[in-house]
Design a protein. Structure first.
Ligand code: SF4
Length: 362
């Protein structure tokens, strides 16, 4: 290992330039970052992977993010909205299979009917699991009042990806209007924290126009914001989106994958006790992509437990994996892969972010 990399890895705090240098490492040098990240994971959160059963219950969305296959303006999508009964069946499946936690995710809506429905759903999910299931929600930008309402109803973690913390880049991947406003998104993230959630965010890696400096700033943002959980993965283009017009300036998929692995490893070294998800998008590029991420710092996997029939219609990006596998198949194959990756499974445990627990005690 070059002395330069060794010196950086020995530091307790990384500067922006340190992170850029680490992102620039070649195949041989990056292994040292990965090894260090795995050591940190072992010491601070343990070699354990926790499940979050993911229910993508609706692809109806009011927004038009330029990278997203289910954006409102895409008329070629079969829109679906799973019934509450079906969602609760998935929750039951997760509970009975000792996943201990679920994630409710959908396109963004903020109408009263939707807000009330989610409140009710959260309460029911708690009721049918004797108050035991842990619930993460990923339902976009809402008012502080709504965040509080859903928190009281039973959700205790919230994931709102910022996608990029660079304002200029943000407006290259989103329209610039009231529905897509960078400052509003930051405020929403603060409101989530204020409402008492374990707060999660994340970015896409390998976007057109994105630089290593942008990515370094993203990691420093997570640290400054004192985030509890991160879910980040490679950007994968979707043909029916405006961002696809920039496909020719994209890094090859394998490079986006490698960069994502480095981002996860560097983040684990920087924020030792947070939860980091092994994003499904990694698996879309490499069949064992998520397991590879577990070896470099990630500790959360979100098996898709959405009823199979709806999965092919929830494609934010193309070639999404496991869209035709039943939840049971997913569980068996994942369990084997995680053990091969060297982790134990945190069955029957919420696997909350230790960082959040410490933040609460401050
Ligand atoms: S990324 Fe989310 S908010 Fe944006 S269009 Fe897609 S589903 Fe809607």
């Amino acid at each position: 290992m070059s002395t330069k990399i060794q010196d950086i890895l020995n530091k307790t705090d990384f500067s922006k330039q340190d992170i850029v240098t680490l992102l620039n490492t070649d195949k041989n040098e990056r292994q040292f970052i990965f090894n260090k990240a795995n050591e940190v994971k072992k010491e601070f959160v343990g070699l354990k992977t926790y499940y979050r059963g993911l229910v993508e219950f609706s692809n109806e969305c009011n927004k038009n993010c330029y990278y997203c296959g289910i954006r409102a303006a895409n008329k070629d999508v079969n829109r679906y909205d799973i019934s509450d009964e079906q969602i609760l069946e998935s929750v039951k499946f997760a509970y009975e299979n000792k996943y201990a936690s679920v994630v409710f995710q959908a396109g963004e809506r903020d109408d009263i009917e939707f807000i009330d429905r989610i409140e009710n759903l959260l309460k029911k999910a708690k009721q049918i699991t004797e108050n035991k299931i842990g619930i993460t929600i990923s339902l976009g930008e809402q008012s502080l009042e709504t965040y509080k309402k859903w928190h009281i109803a039973g959700a205790h973690r919230y994931l709102l990806r910022i996608e990029t913390t660079n304002k200029e880049l943000y407006y290259k991947i989103h329209p610039n209007n009231n529905k897509h406003n960078f400052e509003k998104r930051l405020k929403a993230l603060e409101a989530i924290k204020e409402a008492g959630y374990q707060t999660g965010t994340g970015v896409m890696i390998g976007l057109p126009f994105q630089t290593y400096e942008h990515l370094a700033d993203d990691l420093l943002f997570f640290q400054k914001f004192d985030i509890d959980m991160v879910g980040m993965g490679p950007y994968i283009e979707h043909t029916e989106t405006p961002l696809y017009e920039h496909k020719d300036i994209l890094l090859p998929l394998t490079d986006r994958f490698d960069l994502s692995m480095k981002m996860i490893a560097i983040l684990r070294i920087m924020m030792k006790d947070i939860n980091i998800a092994a994003a499904t998008a990694l698996q879309a590029i490499d069949p064992i992509g998520r397991e590879k991420a577990l070896k470099v710092g990630a500790n959360i996997i979100m098996p898709n437990i959405t009823p199979t029939i709806n999965r092919e219609n929830y494609q934010l990006y193309e070639n999404k994996p496991c869209i035709d596998e039943g939840a049971e198949d997913c569980t068996t194959c994942l369990e084997a892969r995680i053990v091969i990756a060297g982790d134990d499974l945190g069955y029957d445990a919420w696997g909350d972010s230790p960082h959040f627990i410490k933040r609460q005690q401050k």
